[in-house]
Ligand binder design. Sequence first.
Ligand code: FAD
Length: 401
Amino acid sequence: MGSRSVDVAIIGGGLMGCFSAYHLRQRGRSVAIIEKGKAGAAASGVNFGNLRLQGRHPAEFPLSLRAHALWEDLSRSTGEDCGFVPCGHVYLAFADDDLPKIERAARDAQGAGLGVEVVGGPEARRRWPVLSDVVKGASWSRRDAIADAAVASQAVVRLAMRAGAQMLDRTTVVAVEPTASGFAITTDTGVMVTCGQVVNAAGAWAGELAQKFGEPIPMFAAGPPLFTVLPEHGYAGPSLHAVDGTLLLRQGNDREAVVGFFPRVRADLATGLTHVPMERVERGLVRLAEVAPGLGRLQQGRVWSGVEGYLPDMLPVIGWSGSTPGLLHAFGFSGHGYQLAPGVGAVVADLLVDGTTATPLDAFTIQRFAGDVIPDEKLWSEFDPELVAKFRKMQASASNA
Ligand SMILES: Cc1cc2nc3c(=O)[nH]c(=O)nc-3n(C[C@H](O)[C@H](O)[C@H](O)COP(=O)(O)OP(=O)(O)OC[C@H]3O[C@@H](n4cnc5c(N)ncnc54)[C@H](O)[C@@H]3O)c2cc1C
């Protein structure tokens, strides 16, 4: 019970919430993070760990580059080993049809000033001998990196708290009411938080809050299946990523490697659970053996996925609410928010403190979903054939409210 009064309340203690809190504290704002579970333990703590620069939508590069500079400095700023490995990232093409995709990714990244190189299949196998001749071409982005999600997310939680952010964990936000001076937030533990500004950083759950403020969002919850393998021959190369989505591989801890693949599995927002069918893992293992026979015999380890919010255009929402002054959204990272997170924290602080940011955010406005959104029915029906109808119903009830 009791009450707290702060300049900014952040709903969600994932990386977006914690980096926002850290940057706001650096700018002198008092901050409370309200987290329904354990901070840093949702998508932010279980993801694949790719800090991928190439393959971004061109609108994301300024934010992504700002974020990357902060990742590169994270061990210094946290004073902890954040599991950051600057190993580079390689897109792999297995078919002639995939070659234009890697060429486009390379061109976009080069346009953003990154050193990305396209090589043919034989050269890819010479550089990364673990690969087989199913690889027809590759694009190699040297500045990309990986960081162990479980390690880095807890280091960032501690960073925010050391900077002076108040952490209310195991505390669920149940209502947010605008008041004359800002907001009053009701939680399930009885603690009431009053504040001038609110950040909606509630990850895959953020759509519920946006909808309460009359901003229905076509978001669905899912995650890519992941598993670890203990290969006969250890893997210490770059992060490998099939451009057709059938395989991701990165080096892990203690001679393990981490494997991921698509399509994603659905996540249940009520329970926070995902289920990865074993036949999907078996298919992933077969694919891994075909693409990277140099790993030798493979012993499969842990299997998991996570709960991430996906938007139909695969771009996040970052910016002011269209309906409620003082409310800022930062959610819907569509499977690639881990890399962006430090930059998101920095732009959230810019917007809340200065009212503006030098990092372009126009492509991420929530207003793009107002009016007659035409959902990507193919992408959505992969998860839920009813989703389009559900979103239409949400839109109708928000416009009647
Ligand atoms: C399996 C998987 C693999 C991924 N791989 C990569 C990758 O390799 N590279 C990459 O860049 N990205 C990756 N991502 C995406 C990345 O993990 C996310 O984009 C990022 O972590 C989102 O951070 P967040 O803070 O918005 O969300 P989260 O980490 O989910 O945090 C949101 C928090 O809000 C809390 N919350 C929700 N509702 C409430 C409420 N009402 N009251 C209080 N608290 C609330 C939740 O408990 C949660 O802790 C992956 C995601 C998954 C699931």
